[in-house]
Design a protein around this ligand. Structure first.
Ligand code: ZN
Length: 286
């Protein structure tokens, strides 16, 4: 998978359809492939990143006579069909002539724009630069929030489109319990996750549903996924009766059910009940 900057600019030769198609030709040394991801760099917005998306497929055709007449070396014209395009709420400027643009450049470590390769039409980016730009878009609050009612994240979505939905899920779940693991109570930043109750892999409809998530530390998250513990809607923690490991017991005896129930505000009890059912099933088959 490669990472690209696609420029949006006024041009007559191959009119683009922003959000749908990106057209280029054989004079570019690079080849865009299915599954690649891109950022739009909009020249009409004075050099600002305006969207993220993925390449669904690439088709090619011979250049027309008029195209070849205008630019002699053009023989093949490629069209990248775009998908999963997410437009930012606001453009992220990297213009050298504005304060915002200079600030964003400094933050991204762009000292020389030629290092980005954007003097060519469709330069590829390093994965780390791509990630840094996306992080900055999120940090500035420009990444749009996913649909309020629909929490599904279909498999057909690329990471670029799933990302805003899952970021929102993570933030909502972790903030709801003030970043505290609802099983053991640790609040160590970076150690806690937004965990799914009904699994991400199988429950497409509730992948981004905050009511399907709880804040768990890595230790408790693993224990829940392994069905060694379960949490019922009353906040009680069910622990495998034969669990004697003292460190495990230390984790699981820290909070009272009342304390846990308060941290579970906003969690759909139906999803908690699911963990209990799976735990019982696992224990009965042990
Ligand atoms: Zn924990």
């Amino acid at each position: 998978m490669a990472f690209w900057i696609f420029k949006i600019a006024e041009q007559e030769l191959y009119p683009d359809e922003p959000g749908a198609k990106y057209v280029y030709d054989n004079t570019h040394s690079v080849r865009v492939k299915q599954g690649d991801v891109f950022l739009y760099l909009d020249k009409t917005e004075r050099y600002a990143f305006t969207a993220i998306g993925s390449v669904k497929r690439v088709t090619e055709r011979k250049s027309t006579t008029s195209e070849s007449v205008r630019t002699r070396s053009v023989r093949v014209v490629y069209t990248a069909q775009l998908g999963d395009v997410v437009w930012f709420n606001e453009p992220l400027s990297i213009s050298p002539t504005t304060k915002q643009g200079r600030r964003n450049r400094a933050q991204l470590g762009i000292t020389d724009v030629n290092l980005l390769g954007w003097s060519q039409s469709i330069p590829s980016l390093s994965e780390s630069m791509f990630a840094a730009i996306v992080e900055l878009v999120e940090l500035r609050g420009f990444m749009p929030i996913a649909n309020e009612e629909d929490f599904s994240v279909p498999d057909t979505w690329s990471k670029s489109k799933a990302r805003p939905a899952m970021k929102k899920f993570t933030a909502a779940v972790i903030n709801r319990s003030n970043g505290v693991c609802i099983v053991c109570g640790t609040g160590l930043e970076g150690v806690v996750d937004a965990a799914h109750l009904s699994p991400y892999a199988t429950d497409v409809k509730n992948r981004a549903n905050p009511a399907n998530g709880v804040c768990l530390c890595k230790y408790c998250h693993r224990a829940l996924d392994l069905r060694l513990i379960a949490i019922n809607p009353a906040g009680e923690l069910l622990v495998a009766p034969d669990m004697v490991d003292p460190v495990a017991r230390f984790h699981f005896d820290r909070l009272t059910s009342d304390e846990r129930r308060r941290l579970l505000k906003g969690v759909d009890p139906a999803f908690l009940t699911l963990t209990v059912e799976w735990y019982k099933e696992y224990m009965s088959n042990k």
